[in-house]
Structures are given as structure tokens and as C-alpha cells.
Design a protein. Sequence first.
Lengths: 179, 162, 664
Amino acid sequence: MRVALVLPAALFGVLALAFAAFMILGRDPRLLPSTMIDQPVPAFTLPALRTGEPGLASADLNAGAGVKLVNFFASWCVPCRVEQPVLMRFAREGGAPIFGINYKDKPEDAIKWLKELGDPFARVAADRDGRAAIDWGVYGIPETFVIDPAGRIRYRHAGPITQDVLERNLMPVIKEAAK
Amino acid sequence: MTRKRRRLTLALLALSALAVATALVLNAFQDSIVFFRSPSDVVERKVPAASRFRLGGLVEEGSVRRLDGEATTGGRRSAAVAFRVTDLKHSVEVRFTGILPDLFREGQGVVAEGRLGGDGVFEATEVLAKHDETYMPPEVADALKRAGRWQEEGPKSQGGGK
Amino acid sequence: MIAEIGLYALVLALVVSLVQATLPLIGAARRIPEWVALAAWTAPAQLVFIAVAFGALTYAYVVSDFSLLNVAANSHSAKPMIYKVSGVWGNHEGSLVLWVLILALFGAAVAGFGSNLPVAFRARVLAVQAWIAVGFLAFILFTSNPFLRLDPPPADGRGLNPLLQDIGLALHPPFLYLGYVGFSITFSFAIAALIEGKVDAAWARWVRPWTLAAWSFLTLGIALGSWWAYYELGWGGWWYWDPVENSSFMPWLVGTALLHSAVVVEKRDALKTWTVLLAIITFAFSLLGTFLVRSGVLTSVHAFATDPARGIFILGLIVVYVGGALFLYAARAQALAGGGLFAPISREGALVLNNLLLTTAAATVLLGTLYPLFVDLFELGKISVGPPYFNATFVPLMIPMLVALGIGPMLAWKRGDLGGALARLTAAFAAAAAVALATLALAWGTGAVLAALAMALAAWLVVGALSELAERTRLFRAGAGESWRRLKGLPRSALGMTLAHLGVGILVAGMTGSLAWTAEDIRVMRPGERVAVADYDLELLGVREGVMGPNYRATRAGFAVSRAGAPVAVLEPEKRFYLVEERPTTEAAILTTWRGDLYAVIGDPDGKGGWVVRLYYKPMILWIWAGAALMALAGALSLSDRRLRVGAPTRARRRRGAEAPARA
């Protein structure tokens, strides 16, 4: 009888372990492109958001010295508003050039949005059908990548960049990548 | 009836319920589990002929078309539609009769359930497109990933099972 | 400012919960009356603070305060007011605040109405309740703060998923949570009983109203969700065995078992350890539902935007609460064993069978829901377990259960007389046989045998429940006046049971009818064309594009419906495009009658003047929700039983009462 009393706890333990394994080993797509880390940026070519400006292609990220950031954003994305002031400050302080990729957005909305909140981007490209985002393995918006001088992806952050995230997660990687 | 005998009866009853349930579950697992396959699986790995499966990928741009809207049988116009599902490496022709889901769009993720016909066309009985701008069905993401579109180091151990 | 008050109130609620979780427990153990008495004050205080927080969030939604991230992400100024309000719980953060609000509501109710409970016992119950509150308040404050500010605020919000802008779904989560969270009280009672090492008839009687209330709410919540899926998703189905649906159904199955086993504890002082275990498992399933929907482990139409960190946090809470409870159970349940003996053929025996089948069914649902996860975890491929699995496992388990359901209430406690019970069910047998034959005769075709059996089962349940009522009121045996007097004199809990069982019968009839004899037609139609579905004739009058609603643009079709040449109705299905969210939705048009529903959906144009249309006739589908509503109503009726209301007898008096011949 005592065995019968312990049985539920034991069964639950097994189940909880399985869940924990699932959560930690995580087949969550957002954690998945960790294999993209230290890979060269995927091949892509995108037009500029504003006509008359240069677009963005993988070659732009491979060329030139220095660390670069790539940020996927959209005017309809509410958390993007959270990170925009942080990105503005980062750009003003000259941390590294940020390349913006405007994801599935109406150009006029995006342009208005940048006017309203400020434009921290060295260039802004438009990914209207979201195909480039698939190549980058983007799961949700916003998402930010750190690219080292050799054009390899060094870090990826899903979700908004808060001041805290910037200082704790991004800055060390940016410093490390610059070496 | 003594306490001991009651306990024995209860235990036997519980065990038989468990046995019946196990039998039912095993039987159901035999023939009602549906695997996810990517277009590359279908093209390369030869999915078992008569098996029912779910096909996940993107709706290929420009591939959606209505089939013979004019062909009438007994005054009835068929609502058949065809499109191609791609993992950006291979693509598979899909035929479906019915109303496509609200969020079905070209270039977007889709999951179709059905069987592969003899002519290599996937006959879908159900088409699902449960995503919005920021959401991609994980099965579709997985299919794209395995097709090497997400810079993974080639296809992983996949498929498995029956 | 209002939002800051809301956040502050949540913090205060957490502090109060911490006090309530510790001091009364220590007070009860060390016999410090002041500490024990504390719980009676902290529980209402907790409710007040959480209500302030919930009010603050609701206010932000009502006035469209887009400086709150949560409001900006989930609401829009052009949304109708009712959906602004329901938007509060249409997202992860807000729904959690509703969750803890309901938790506090139940806690305050125990403090308020529990004056019949021994003081120390009530303190322990409330302390356990507070432990749950602490966990979930911390979860909100550390991972899911709904009061985060946005600077600068956007001009307008992002809107709410249009599928959720619907009255059925606006009401679905509150009822579901009233059910889920209501079972937390039963859980707290079980833990308190384990701590005290005592479970008896009085305990069962105290637990019963809470279990009943939670069960009724959950029944209603599930029914509302199913109704919503039926008319809003535009597929004409009402149950998809979707993981999220399953995660509300599993606590219902185990909760139903609990409701029945608690009766055995109350009447016969038996099955005590089992009932305590069920109380723990029911709440465990409620927590599991919360976890599955929010962790990103499962994806489904209903799932909230997910975050792994949140999943880990909830998993941690489950491990602490359920793991802790089961540990306590393993250590202490031995002390509870014992109780009245009974023969296999008896009321108790029937209830044991009910419990076995319900829990086994819940286990098969659990397995089917989680199996894809495990297959994925071990990299065996991606699979989906759909309706075929559940039909092949769940349905066969329910058949013996429903057969026994007719017989059980006719059996006496301790030692039943199967022959006598069956003899009293002659009318039910006859009805079942007649319905089966009539079904075969009227609707011969594929699947007719199965449909006839299922309809026979429904008739068996309905007539069985009525026979049971006739038996109790001595209908046909005594005069009409005498029967009426007996009916009025019946305890409401007995009447509730009969009605609930009647509801199950109606539910089974509705399910069978709508599954077995659905008529469906999918085709391309041009205006002016006609089509026949079941015995209705439909003419597509025309399709109008660009019809404007409050926050959407619609394409609206008009169908003139006639039956036997006489016009019946005009059905106007729509395809809507929600302007803010830029999302299309399908709005089915439904003609509802007791015979069945005519269901029309309009699809895409074919570019040649035609439109894809899908038309269904679903016989008796209304019976499904009528049956479910009757079950929930029966729960409420049973709840209003005098014996369960305020001032239920104290332990000592109950002891004597329990020996009296019981009816129930």
C-alpha cells in the first residue's frame, strides 16, 4: 500500500523531469539558430526603405572593418518602441553602425515611425515579403544580430534591446567581436 | 467482504482498466499518428505511399490557382484549388477542395494534411495556416531549417518511426 | 499614475500573501490564536489589493492608455468598448492578473463563508491558498508585468487578434479560470487535511460546494469555448482535440471523478486517500493547462505569445506545488486509510467504476497531448496526434461509463441489487431499443449501426435519469399530489445529480446527431444559383463587397433559405478584414433550430463571377450546448442545497448525521 502512495509522486517526478528536459534542451525555434553563431551572414539583397538611398546586401556586412549590428524592426511592432530610444542612444554614442531591416511593413508607415521615434540606422532596408528574415532565421520582431569585422554572426538577441540587455549582453560581445 | 478482498477487487479492477486503456492507446498509435514531412522529405526520401501525413512549408509565390471552375458535374462547380508547398529547396504540388484558411497567403507558412496521390500530387483534406506576422508554425520552421535554409549544418536525424 | 498604483497594489498583495502563507500555518501548529486569526483578515485584504490592480489595468484599457506597453500591444482606440474590456484578459499578462484575482476571490470567499470551519483548519486552508498566490504574484511581477510603460507612447495600439473580438471568447476565459482556479480551493482543503491527518465526512461536506462551483464554471467555460470554435473558426467543428482544449478538458475529467468520489467520502467514509489524491491531481491538471498554454511547449490556435523563461518559471511553480503536495501525500496519506466496506455491486462500486474510467480517460488524453512532445524530445520526428487517436481511445472508455451511469444511481449503498436496479430501468431499456430501431429504420446508411448505438445510449441516459426521478417521487405509484410533494421535498443535490445526468444524455444525443448526419456541400456559386442542403434550399442572392463595420471591412453574401418552398430566413455570411490588425476572418452565418443548424460560409472569389461557398447542415448540434448548460445549471442547483449552504453542520454533529440513511 505504501508503494501505491509513493507512486503518484514518482510518476509526477518523471513527467516534471521530461518537461524540464524539454524546456532546457529546448527545440524552441528562437533558440535554434545558435548554430548560426560564427557563421557568415546569409546571402541576401534588399532594396532601401526610402527610394534613392543605398539598399543592403550581404556584401555590405562582410566589407569594411569594425563591428556592425543588424536590427529587424517594424512600425507595427510594439516592443520595437521599447528598444528604439536605446538604439538611438547607442548610435549617438557611436557604439557601432546599426543596419535596420524593416520587416513586412508599409514603407510610408515605417518612414513616419522613424521620423517620430528617431532613426538610429546607418542604412534602412525593406524586407517587404519577409524572405530575408527567413534566411536570417528570424522568429519574431524585434531581433538583433552582432556581426564581427569578418562578416560572421557573433550574437543574436530575440526581443527588444533594453538598456540592461545592451549593457549586460550586447556590449561584451561587441567588445569581444572587435578584437 | 473483508478489507483485504475489497482491496484486491479494486486493484484488479484498476489493473484491467489500465490494461484496456493501454491496448486502446497502442492500437490508436498504430494507425492514427500523423508525421510531419517537408517537401524535401517527399521528393528525396520517398514517404511511404499510402501514409497520411502533414506537409509543412511555405506557399510558393505565384503557385495558387483555381482548378476548372467551369467544369460542372450536375450543375456543380468544383471549389478545387492547387498550390505548391516549398521548403525553398524542393516543392510539392498540393490539391485541395474547400475554403482556404483566412491567413493562407503566398510566401507564408502553411501545413497541409492528407496523402500523396499516385501522380505525386499531395491530396490535402485539411489546410492549416495558423500564423500571423510574427508567428511561423514550428513545423514549418523545422522544415525550412532542415532544408538548410536556416544555416543549420545539414539535415539532422529525421523522420524515424514507422 | 493609475498604472503605478496598480503595480504597487500587486506588490502589496504579494506581501500580504507572504504573511498569510506563513504566520497562520505556524500559528496553527504552535497554537497562537492571534496568528491563526490573521488569515481571516489577510485573505480579503489580498482580494482588495488584486482588485485594485485589476481595476487599474482595466481602466488603462478603457481609456486606451497606450503609454502602457500591454495596452498598446493588445488594444486599439477604434475597438468596441466590450472588447477593450475583454482585451484585459486577451493577453498573457492581463489574463494572469485575472487568474490571481479569481484566486483571491475564492480565498476571500473561504474566509467569509467558512465560519463553520474549525478555525485552525481554515487558517491552514488559507495558508496553502496563499502559497499559490505568492507563486503567481511573483510570476507576474518578475516575468509578466502588465504595467510596463512605453516612452514615447504610440499614437494608437496594435489591436487585438480579431478572432478574439467576440462575445463567446470574451466570456470564455473568466469562466475557465473560475473553474481552474476554483479547484485550487479543493487542493488547499486536501493539503490542510493531509497536514492535520484527518479526512472524514465533514471534510467531504466542506469541500463539496467548492468543487461543485469550480466544476460548474469549468463546464460552462469549456462549453463556451467549444461554441466559440464552432461559430467563429468557420470550420463547423466544435471540438478539435487541440492541445489547449485538452488542457481544459483533463481537469474537467478528473474534477468530475473528484465530485463523485467525494460523495463516497461524505456518505460512507471510504475512498479517502483516493479522493485526496484526486483533489491534488485535479489542480495539477489545472496548473498543467496554464503551463502548456504559456510555455511555448505546445503551439495551437489559442496559445499566447510565448517565452521560455516564463515556461521555466511556471514549471518551477508546478514542481513546488504538485511535487510538494504529492510528497506530503506519500508521507501522510497512510493515516487516512480505512472506512466503510462495500460490495462490488453497490453505489460505491459504481462510483469507483466511474472514477476508474474517468481517470483512465484523462490519462489517455494526457498521453495523446504530450506524446508529440516526447517524440520531438527524443528526435524521432515531428508528429501530430489528432482526433483519430482520441476517438479510438477516449470513446471506447466512455461507453461502459455511460452504460454504468444509468445503473449507478439505482443501486443502494454498501450492497446493491443489480437485478432490482435493472428491473427499475425497464423503461430506459425499452426507450434505448426503440430509439436504436427507429434510427436504423430512418437513417440507414454508412455508420448507421454506430449512430443507432450512440442514440440508444443517449435515450438510455435520458430515460434512465427520468426513471430515477420517477422512482424517488413514486410517480405512477402514488397519487399526483403525493409525487409532487415528494419532488418538492427532494434535496436539491439529488435533483442536481439527476439533471446533470440528463444533461449528459442530451449532450450525447447532440454529439451523435451532429457527427452522424452532417450534410456538407463545398462548391463555387454565382449569384442566382441554387443549391439544396439537407431539406433546405439556398439561393445565392448576391455578394456585396466593401461593407463597413466598426473596425473592419467585409464581403457579405446573402443566401435566401427556404424549406419545402416556404422562405425561412436570409443568411449573410461574411469575410471580414480587420483594418487595424490587417487580418481577415471568416464569419459564418448560422440558422439555429432544435432540429439542427444550417451553417453557411463564404470564401474567395474564383475570378469568374463565382464565389467558393461552404454549406453545412448539422442536425441536433444545439443539443450539445443545451446538454452542457444543463450540467452546469445542475451543478448550481446542487450548490443551492440547504445542507451545503452557510452553517453546514460542525464536525461533531455531522458524526451522528452520517449514520442516518443517506440519499444523494
